[in-house]
Design a protein around this ligand. Structure first.
Ligand code: BTN
Length: 240
């Protein structure tokens, strides 16, 4: 992973560049597309991903997880988020994964992941793991956002953070390839934001409950009023 790194001084979205390379069949497994300035970055739920020029990490990794059943695609998401957590834990302990794959420090979002996959014959033929980490940016329009620099109080070398993340993801991806699903899931839960803590959520109505786990489809299981309910990504929102 990361043996081939394509650097672009600027681009619209590294996920879109990676998708173009896939269409042209002009890519290698593990190839990274990285830019200093992403001017049309995309986030989950159709949101934009804004990142100040030259301050952060915005990159995408092209993967061919054809060993993974499409129905188990959440394991890829777990492997990517855990790889990042492993890397960041050397710099900042207690970074958590807010389900499904936001990176949080306390109540602030410091990074996000956008995975886009193509499925063939029930397997993940290829996936683009787009990663945005707020490294040295100091001011944000979104109050929930923060950066490593703001939290640690000093600037970081983006390249060194990038190398750590690539090697962290590489290790977790190997674990995924080895079908070590149980420990990926155990460790994902261990690093999960608000796991087993009483929290407020919004679905059809607002309610309180505790995150009890993740089901086989990657849905969030919440225990509330003596019942366990499962929610898909678009069906639930965390309230503060
Ligand atoms: C989210 O939290 O909503 C996901 C954000 C993902 C942002 C990254 S930055 C690199 C890659 N290219 C994009 O357009 N998006 C992802």
């Amino acid at each position: 992973m990361g043996k081939q790194v394509t650097y672009l001084p600027k681009c619209h979205s590294t996920n879109d560049i990676a998708a173009d390379l896939l269409t042209q069949n002009n890519f290698s497994n593990g190839q990274v597309i990285i830019t200093d300035y992403q001017y049309a970055g995309r986030g989950q739920r159709g949101n934009t991903w804004d990142s100040e020029k030259g301050m952060n990490l915005t990159f995408s990794i092209i993967l061919e997880p054809d060993f993974l059943e499409a129905a188990k695609n959440f394991y890829l998401s777990m492997a990517i988020s855990l790889g990042i957590i492993d890397a960041l834990s050397a710099l900042l302990p207690d970074v958590k994964i807010k389900w499904p794959n936001d990176l949080y420090y306390e109540n602030k979002k410091i990074g996000g992941i956008l995975i886009e996959s193509n499925i063939r014959s029930g397997k993940l033929m290829n996936s683009i793991a787009g990663i945005g980490i707020n490294v040295n940016q100091e001011s944000f329009t979104i109050t929930k956002a923060s950066s490593l620099k703001k939290i640690l109080g000093h600037e970081l070398q983006r390249d060194s953070v990038f190398q750590k993340i690539i090697s962290g993801i590489d290790k977790r991806y190997l674990q995924l390839q080895q079908k070590d699903h149980k420990s990926l899931k155990d460790q994902y839960l261990k690093n999960m934001y608000r796991y087993k803590e009483e929290s407020f959520f919004r679905s059809d109505k607002d309610f309180s409950g505790q995150i009890a786990g993740i089901d086989e489809n990657g849905q969030l299981q919440i225990s509330s009023g003596g019942q366990i309910m499962s929610f898909g990504f678009k069906e639930i929102e965390f309230l503060d």
